[in-house]
Design a protein around this ligand. Structure first.
Ligand code: 26Q
Length: 811
């Protein structure tokens, strides 16, 4: 472990500051202090990083490569210090230099290279792989601009670019000597050389992929893994000479721009697939660079290409990196000269795929024409994979054209990425039990019956290091004081905390900790949004991406209803509540943006109404991101997880909230089902349609929104409030939401679940009034959250899918 005492740290920091800035600490800006600390920590890490890499090479450990279009890391300083085990020493040392560590931590820009759940999951997995000593690497894209920043202007979402590299990035190292060339477009010339077909790629556009490596520090175990993100640059001689020197400036500039566009910006859509060529380019760009560098490294270490599947596992995070499969095939066939049989066996052994969604509109498919012209050789290989696959299907399902057509990788002029991912992987997993069952029995049933043994479940998890140890130090201390520190390395040991659920002193401590966290959040809300909230009210929180299936609309309708009830009956006995929302909408997602507007309009009305102002407040917090989540989650009393049953693959914030002692208001969707199974019905608020009811509606119809609405006076009123000018002088402002719910018979059954949602919310009020009962339930939730640590998830991936060796350092 890194051994550093206060005095030597102070000395190192002072020296580094002088070196970097040529001045005294006292004269430097906070930004400079932050940068100095970052660079110093990176130096500390450098030796361990090198040692880890060397050890992996010597041991010939199996390497896992987690390929993902998104890594939503958030801030790195605090967690790196925590994992190095030197955060306290640094804090004290810096304090003696008159530097406030927390202030510096707060200056760090979030690394926001992801949309939401999938990207954050990848980040938690990196942390767990390093902390468990698994040789695991991330591979992705170094977007110049991450997920857009959200501003709320006059109640609307306005997007601005996330220029996260503005002040540089102390955590990354550019490896200019480790670039790879990625080829786009052109043609394939096939030649017969001595009876063997040779595929020559000509007239292509070359792109230089340059890797930037970020260290991933394991928790107190001396392990430092690597996240490698690729940046697209013009190939020097292409840009400088061939066009430029001929005076063909425009062509040269065009080339440069088209190349740089590839890693320019993260696509901010997480639920509607759009077949954009640039997106396909992004996918092949990082996949090709990543696979080439893996093979180069493997061979440089003396690895035998025919045994590469014994030493390498590649994970495909959703279909976005599926091109790993044909790219591996291309290299094994065209560059390494393997036979199709060998190449195919090796590829399948190496690759595994995780599905994160069952929304049909999110499934990736690419028009054949676009695909073939951009990636001619890769297309040929996919065609060959498909022909062989369809031939196998024909053997089993002779004559069943419909089925074969349904399962084909290429059909109706599209390349279907999920089909390719399934056929080319040895493992396909869903992210929660219910989700995996739905995949097997509904969405992918054809494939499940064909390849039953490939399908498995890996319920998601979250790193308790960021989401408990770092973000909730007081709760961490309470756990240590009660059950001892073993849960830090073995989060499942949090179960021991259940024994304290009836302990009144513990209940009071839980109350006090929550209250302090709420005060801190209240300060942030006041600072950011200018709204005063009462820390004694219930903090009722709904934070996540905006999407119709996540049903922020259901939540706001019940708030509108509560407001009506309070106006009608000012003496209504309720516990004061603060309703907190945060989240971004995809820029082109009209209904989601309207919902944000509605929430802000309701907030505006309610917060300024003296009749209810001491009872309810509505807050929309701008620009939801990892660092904001770290402040919100520990301060939450009630976690809203209210998606239409069957639609949320897993959810992961549900796990973060329970680990921080929030109670959950939930439908039986995604991982909520497993949370319920863990804590029991008495320690969670469940409402809404069941899986069977929802699937029944989808299969047989029968949902009639008008009927539901007309039979419930409260619903009639609140839906009417959308179009009667109550929340906007422009009566039509929210008409589209009204139409969606009623005229279009809302496919997410918001109105249908309204009544049971309200009933469940009434229970919340009753229980909250009894502090001891509430905190007892919170204790049960905390105690059962250990299983949702991503350490458990990653252990399952490693043993069940990757077959990777552990260093067993911590175990
Ligand atoms: C695809 C094509 C083109 C452009 C963008 C995309 C795209 C990008 C991101 C599609 C999907 C995503 C992200 C999906 C996502 O975050 N899914 C969530 O994954 C979590 C981790 O497994 C689950 O907990 C959530 O339930 C699931 O919604």
């Amino acid at each position: 472990m890194l051994q550093i005492d206060k005095n030597s740290f102070k000395k190192d920091y002072k020296k580094k500051f002088l070196e970097m800035h040529g001045t005294d600490i006292a004269l430097g800006s906070e930004q400079r202090k932050y940068e100095t600390l970052g660079v110093l920590i990176r130096d500390y890490v450098a030796g361990m990083w090198l040692d880890t890499t060397k050890k992996y090479n010597i041991n010939k450990d199996k390497q896992v490569y987690y390929f993902s279009m998104e890594f939503l890391l958030g801030r790195l300083l605090g967690n790196t210090l925590l994992n190095l085990g030197i955060r306290e020493v640094c804090k004290e040392a810096l304090a003696e230099l008159d530097v406030d560590l927390e202030k510096l931590e707060d200056l760090e820009q979030d690394q926001g290279l992801g949309n939401g759940g999938l990207g954050r999951l990848a980040a938690c997995f990196l942390d767990s792989m390093a902390s468990l000593g698994i040789p695991g690497n991330g591979c992705g894209i170094r977007y110049k601009y991450g997920f857009f920043e959200q501003k709320i202007i006059d109640g609307y979402q306005v997007e601005t670019p996330d220029n996260w590299l503005r002040n540089g990035n102390v955590w990354e190292i550019r490896k200019s000597d480790k670039g790879e060339i990625v080829k786009f477009g052109g043609e394939i010339k096939v030649e017969d050389v001595g009876g063997k077909l040779v595929f020559n790629h000509i007239n292509y556009e070359p792109v230089l992929a340059v890797p930037y490596d970020t260290p991933v520090v394991g928790f107190e175990n001396d392990v430092v893994n690597t996240l490698r993100l690729w940046s697209a640059e013009p190939v020097a001689n292409e840009f400088d000479y061939s066009s430029f020197s001929r005076g063909d400036f425009l062509k040269a500039i065009e080339y440069k721009n088209s190349v740089e566009a590839i890693s320019q910006v993260l696509y901010p859509d997480d639920s509607f697939y759009e077949g954009k060529k640039l997106r396909l380019k992004q996918q092949y760009f990082f996949v090709s660079a990543g696979v080439q560098s893996i093979i180069r490294h493997y061979k440089a270490n003396g690895g035998d290409i025919k045994k590469i599947d014994e030493r390498i596992a590649i994970h495909i995070n959703d279909t976005h990196p599926t091109l790993v499969i044909p790219e591996l095939m291309r290299i094994l066939l065209d560059e390494e000269g393997l036979s199709w049989q060998d190449a195919w066996r090796i590829t399948k052994n190496i690759c595994a795929y995780t599905n994160h969604t069952i929304l049909a509109e999110a499934l990736e498919k690419w028009p054949v024409d676009m695909f073939r012209s951009l990636l001619p050789r890769i297309f040929m290989i996919i065609e060959e994979i498909n022909e062989r696959f369809c031939a196998d299907l024909w053997n089993k399902y002779t004559g069943q054209w419909d089925k074969i057509h349904r399962m084909s990788i290429i059909a109706d002029d599209y390349v279907k990425m999920a089909h390719l991912a399934i056929v080319g992987s040895h493992s396909i997993n869903g992210v929660a039990k219910l989700h995996t069952e739905i995949l097997k029995k509904q969405e992918m049933s054809d494939f499940y019956y064909y390849y039953p043994r490939k399908f498995n479940n890996k319920t998601n998890g979250i790193t308790h290091r960021r989401w408990l140890l770092k973000s909730n130090p007081k709760l961490t201390e309470l756990l240590k004081d009660t059950i001892g520190p073993s849960f830090i390395k073995h989060p499942i040991d949090m179960e021991d905390f259940e024994a304290f659920k009836d302990d009144r002193a513990v209940q009071e401590s839980l109350y006090k900790i929550k209250r302090e966290n709420k005060e801190k959040l209240a300060d942030i809300i006041y600072k950011n949004q200018g709204i005063e909230v009462n820390p004694d009210s219930i903090f009722d929180v709904h934070v996540k991406r905006f999407h119709a299936y996540k049903r922020q609309s259901l939540n706001i309708l019940r708030i509108m209803n509560l407001y009506n009830e309070l106006l009608e009956n000012p003496n209504k006995d309720i516990v004061p509540r603060t309703f907190i929302f945060a989240g971004k909408s995809a820029p082109g997602y009209y209904l989601a943006k309207k919902t944000i507007e509605l929430i802000n309009a309701v907030a505006d009305k309610v917060n300024n109404d003296p009749l209810v102002k001491d009872k309810i407040k509505v807050v929309f917090m701008e620009n939801y991101r990892v660092s904001l989540a770290e402040s919100i989650i520990p301060a939450t009393d009630l976690s809203e997880q209210i998606s239409t049953t069957t639609k949320e693959a897993s959810g992961t914030s549900n796990m973060k909230f329970m680990m921080n002692g929030a109670l959950t208001m939930a439908t039986l969707d995604g991982a909520n089902v497993e949370i319920r199974d863990e804590v029991g019905d008495d320690n969670i608020f469940i409402f809404g349609l069941t899986e069977r009811e929802v699937l029944d509606y989808y299969k047989h119809g029968g949902y009639n929104a008008w009927e539901v609405c007309n039979s419930d006076l409260r619903l009639k009123k609140v839906t009417n409030d959308l179009i009667n000018g109550r929340y906007s002088s422009d009566k039509d402002k929210f008409r589209s939401l009204y139409e969606h719910l009623l005229t279009y018979n809302d496919e997410f059954f918001v109105l249908k679940d309204f009544d049971s949602y309200l009933k469940a919310q009434e229970k919340v009020d009753v229980i909250y009034k009894n502090m001891h009962q509430w905190q007892k339930m919170a204790a049960v939730n905390i105690a059962h959250s250990g299983i949702f640590s991503s350490d458990r998830t990653i252990t399952e991936y490693a043993t069940g899918i990757w077959g990777s060796g552990f260093l067993y350092k911590n175990l």
